[in-house]
Design a protein. Structure first.
Length: 219
């Protein structure tokens, strides 16, 4: 990788680390209320939307990440940001507390690791945290996301926001509320097992000791 790419990715990951650390600080100091303050909310929107750049990074081969997985992970969060912006019940949901806390802890650890690892200076403890915290944070984050979506459903059904209602020139109907229902009960739950086992496999690969040189002399 060229020094220019390394420098760009280091700055990108460092900037993201700063943003998520700021959001985490607000979440910790305002642990007793679901929503963030105005500035932290703006940070949440900005830095999560900025993560769309990671789709571009993966598609262009700038980083070794699966583009399909990256697209799903980033857009699923962008969807929740949209819900937070449009639906009052999403902002008031108790699921905001575990969701944002889990996101922050994951991203603060991940971006710091990625920034330092660009130059091979990530400490071993940070690598261990990067591939271990998901045991607790992933289920916590999924619970928070599901709670936010479920709490939003009554408003979505009543307002028909983001839905396409008949009659219309295309003779096509789409219920955004029904889509969220399917997402929660038919995708999130089985997806939790699939993603969880995938991350366990990643952890084994990342933390396993390097294989011994096959040409080494055996006793």
């Amino acid at each position: 990788m060229s020094n220019l790419k390394k420098g760009y990715l280091f700055l990108y990951n460092s900037f993201q680390w700063y943003g998520w650390m700021a959001i985490l600080t607000d979440r910790v100091f305002n642990y007793d209320r679901p929503d963030l303050d105005t500035i932290a909310t703006a940070f949440l929107y900005f830095f999560q939307l900025l993560a769309v750049m990671e789709i571009i990074h993966s598609l262009t081969g700038m980083v070794r990440a699966n583009p399909a997985t990256t697209i799903v992970q980033v857009l699923s969060r962008v969807q929740l940001i949209l819900m937070h912006y449009l639906v009052p019940q999403a902002r008031e949901s108790s699921g905001m507390i575990p969701m944002v806390l889990a996101w922050c802890l994951v991203e603060v650890t991940r971006y710091l690791y990625l920034a330092l690892n660009m130059f091979g200076i990530a400490p071993r403890i940070l690598t261990w945290l990067r591939y271990t915290l998901f045991y607790v944070l992933y289920p916590m984050g999924v619970y928070g996301e599901m709670k936010v979506l479920i709490d939003s459903l009554p408003y979505l059904y009543e307002s028909q926001i983001l839905s396409i209602i008949l009659p219309n020139p295309w003779n096509f109907a789409f219920s955004f509320a029904s889509y969220i229902w399917v997402l929660v009960y038919m995708i999130y739950i089985p997806g939790l097992y699939i993603q969880y086992t995938h991350m366990m496999s990643q952890r084994r690969r990342a933390l396993s000791p390097p294989a011994a040189d096959s040409s080494a002399t055996r006793k």
